[in-house]
Write a protein that binds this ligand. Structure first.
Ligand code: IMO
Ligand code: MG
Length: 420
């Protein structure tokens, strides 16, 4: 059977939560393969809303198993809070529906402090991190100092925790960052005890066994343009957000990858710093932010908004081998007179159709314009109901990107989804 992968293709917040929730009905197992509580996947159904951070989006489906994979960085404190909130509001037996990879790395409270210290030290050049400790935890993983979920079962776990914490305290001292590194020790240890209620697994064996029986959906967090290798470095997150991250992060070989679903919004947003060629600083940008409710699900920050960037999108499609495109929030453009999409750039004065190496280059977007459709798309449920102007716009994108748009979302609810 196959590992289908669902990815964000922009700078995060493409609407992954809703789509994984819609797709989850087709899968018995959903797995997260990278990232951590920097993610905020919003789901809306039956009049309720949830923002999932580390919990896979299959949690609300009765018979689905959810895997927190090797490539994830897990913060026991926020994870516990998230799980208890879901259990309280829904009665879902969360500890039975989620298994956690022993090889996933642990985010310590001092990783979060280091994140804050790093950002403070960078001043104006800061990344705009969500301050969840993501960068410092992956740094410790790669530099071979990290603690993993499976370590919590070791008799000397408390000593190992203290050792890593000491290391962090030295760094925090060197940076002159004032804080109480022990403030959350008790919470952390209590949350570690809570983690022991979950089945802790050798994810690579566990998932390959399940793949003998059924297809699995791998749920990405963040987006391709935040990929540590191929995104707008250094304004990226610290993991592989593109398709190959699913193989590494779950221990599944590339031959087993099936569909690669790539999610994008009908426009672009970005939180935090870094290049954003189509960013709008005018009323149109504000209108998009207002209509799309573009405020961070994790941090509440207003998101930067702009027109769709097909150059960046095509780049993301190439890196991940996207087979099926999914377009979100089309309805947010219902009222615009003219819709623009960026089809090439002028980079430092020269025409280009590629995402540039130089993060600090001057990138001017070149737009193709479309006539607005002036129709409320939120009521459309079939292809035939979609206005002609909108269909032209979709056809143009498919032509440009060379991949079919298989799902069009026309509203936040599960039902507001057109399958093509
Ligand atoms: P979801 O899964 C949007 C951004 C941050 C910052 C940069 C690095 O909801 O799409 P980090 O906390 O990883 O050190 O931040 O990446 N970022 C996101 N932006 N959606 C996300 O997740 C993000 N996770 C991180 O704003 O610019
Ligand atoms: Mg988000």
């Amino acid at each position: 059977m196959k590992l289908d992968v669902v990815l964000g293709l922009q700078w995060g917040d493409e609407g992954k939560g809703k789509i994984v929730d819609v797709l989850a009905s087709r899968y018995q197992t959903v797995a997260r393969f990278q990232g951590g509580p920097n993610a905020g996947h919003s789901l809306h159904f039956d009049g309720q809303s949830f923002v999932l951070r580390s919990v896979p989006s299959g949690i609300f489906r009765q018979d689905a198993k959810n895997i927190v994979g090797n490539g994830v960085v897990l913060d026991p404190i926020t994870f516990r809070g998230e799980c208890e909130n879901i259990a309280e509001k829904t009665g879902i037996p969360v500890t039975k529906r989620i298994v956690i990879a022993k090889k996933a790395h642990l985010i310590l409270p001092t990783h979060r402090l280091l994140d804050a210290a790093n950002e403070a030290a960078m001043g104006k050049g800061k990344i705009g991190s969500t301050l969840k400790g993501i960068g410092p935890t992956y740094t410790d993983k790669i530099s071979r100092h990290g603690l993993r979920v499976g370590d919590i079962l070791a008799p000397d776990f408390a000593d190992r925790y203290a050792k890593l914490q000491n290391r962090h305290m030295t760094l925090l001292n060197q940076m002159g960052f004032e804080c109480d590194p022990h403030a959350e020790d008790a919470d952390f240890m209590a949350a570690v005890e809570y983690l022991k209620q979950f089945e802790l697994v050798d994810c690579e064996y566990y998932i390959n066994d399940l793949l003998k029986d059924h297809d699995i959906l791998a749920e990405g967090a963040q987006g391709s343009m935040l990929d540590v290798d191929y995104g707008s470095y250094p304004f990226v997150t610290s993991s592989t957000t593109s398709c190959s991250g699913a193989c590494v992060g779950l221990g599944v070989n590339p031959h087993l990858v099936g569909h690669v679903y790539g999610i994008f919004k009908a426009y672009c947003t970005r939180v935090g710093s870094g290049p954003f060629p189509t960013e709008l600083f005018d009323e149109t940008g504000e209108e998009i932010r207002r209509i799309g409710h573009e405020f961070g699900a994790v941090t509440g920050r207003p998101r930067r908004c702009g027109w769709l960037d097909l150059v960046a999108l095509k780049y993301a499609v190439m890196i991940s081998g996207v087979t099926d495109l999914i377009m979100m929030k089309s309805d947010c453009l219902d009222t615009f007179e003219t819709i623009k999409v960026c089809t090439s750039y002028i980079v430092d004065g020269k025409p280009s159709d590629q995402w540039p190496f130089d993060t600090y280059a001057d990138i001017q977007p070149v737009y193709t314009e479309f006539k607005g459709w002036h129709t409320d798309l939120t009521h459309c449920r079939t292809e035939e109901e979609l206005p002609a102007e909108f269909r032209d716009y979709i056809a143009f994108m498919e032509q440009y990107l060379g991949v079919p748009i298989k799902i069009i979302s026309v509203g936040p609810d599960r039902e507001a989804t057109i399958m093509r």
